[in-house]
Design a protein around this ligand. Structure first.
Ligand SMILES: Cc1cc2nc3c(=O)[nH]c(=O)nc-3n(C[C@H](O)[C@H](O)[C@H](O)COP(=O)(O)O)c2cc1C
Length: 215
């Protein structure tokens, strides 16, 4: 940590790590404008240590939260647990599609083994809560995912927000300990970027903005 400007460290194969610094002239938007995903397959060790992770989760938990419900929690997948989870994905993928090919199965096996750390963001949606609409609690949990992407980048790591079928499969959710009143809103893959993260075209805010006027 200790960066004064937003950056993503990335490491080319066989090279020492390189740091991309956002243009400080663009402060205070630099960190926001530099935000982008790094594909999970391009994330490698090292990931954040425990202290840095807790710092990141603390920052990511500073989300607007109607009624202060804290409608989210985190499940960490790291180390050998990632490979064990991959084995579950393979078994379940075969159950879902007995004709699945070897290449597709290999993809499932490795899906959670690229990045050194995956934080599962779980929305906790208490059905008895009639005061705060469920949608709003879900939005809070989704905001945590985005805030965690930003926190990872602020700490010098690359990150990517993924879901995929595993986030919706009841059997996989049970494996993760996700209960009936909970939903996985994101698997946040976090690690050191192998490549300078690719940029994509961004929406033009002028095309998105309109003014409401009274008739
Ligand atoms: C809720 C949610 C789920 C996503 N799940 C996937 C996914 O399963 N696979 C995928 O390729 N991209 C997925 N994405 C898109 C990526 O996270 C990312 O937004 C995209 O690669 C564009 O990169 P950017 O973050 O730099 O705009 C998801 C995004 C959101 C918001």
């Amino acid at each position: 940590m200790g960066h004064t400007a937003p950056c993503i460290r990335f490491r080319k194969a066989g090279a020492t790590s390189v740091t991309i610094l956002a243009n400080p002239e663009h402060e205070p938007f630099a960190a926001l404008d530099a935000r982008r995903s790094v594909p999970a397959r391009q994330l490698t060790a090292p990931g954040p240590d425990d202290a840095t992770l807790l710092r990141m989760l603390g920052a990511a938990s500073r989300v607007p939260d109607h009624g202060k419900r804290v409608p989210f929690r985190f499940v960490r997948l790291a180390g050998e647990a990632r490979d064990a989870f991959g084995a579950h994905l393979v078994r379940r993928a075969q159950e879902r599609d007995p004709a699945i090919g070897a290449a597709a199965l290999e993809k499932e096996r490795l899906r959670f083994s690229h990045a050194p750390l995956i934080i599962t963001v779980v929305a906790v949606l208490d059905a008895d809560d009639t005061k705060i609409p469920e949608l709003e609690r879900l939005l809070t949990a989704g905001s945590v995912c985005f805030a965690l992407l930003q926190a990872a980048q602020a700490a010098g790591f690359g990150a990517c927000w993924l879901t995929g079928w595993a986030a919706y499969d009841r059997d996989i959710l049970a494996t993760l300990g996700v209960q009936r009143h909970e939903r996985v809103v994101g698997f946040i893959h976090i690690g050191t970027a192998r490549i300078a993260p690719p940029e994509r075209e961004r929406p033009d805010p002028r095309a998105l903005l309109s003014d409401w006027r009274p008739d």
